[in-house]
Design a protein around this ligand. Structure first.
Ligand code: ZN
Length: 98
């Protein structure tokens, strides 16, 4: 997966990123060509985390058969959640960390 560095605009392969700094759900990465740190837009990171949580919660509800009459609704909501997370992963905007 390629990520565009917001600082030097070069396309960086995720595999080439050696330095990663995790701050809770915010993941900062260091560009291997210009050494600048960048991370996914904060708002998009939150939406992505919410999407993944939605999938987790709805999957758990379905696994334990809680409110099984809504299982189809849960599956749909979970699917939309993970879809949003995937879209943000691939098309999310990266910002330089100051
Ligand atoms: Zn760079």
């Amino acid at each position: 997966m390629k990520v565009a560095c917001p600082n030097c605009k070069s396309k960086v392969d995720s595999k080439d990123i050696k330095n990663i700094n995790k701050k809770g759900i915010f993941i900062e990465k260091q560009c291997p060509s210009c050494q600048a740190w960048f991370c996914l837009n904060k708002a998009q990171t939150l939406v992505k985390a919410a999407g993944i949580s939605l999938l987790l919660i709805t999957s758990l509800l379905n696994i334990f058969n809680i409110k099984s009459e809504y299982s189809l609704v849960f599956s749909s909501v979970g699917f939309v959640g993970i879809l949003i997370a995937i879209i943000i992963t691939f098309f999310g905007k990266h910002e330089t960390v100051k």
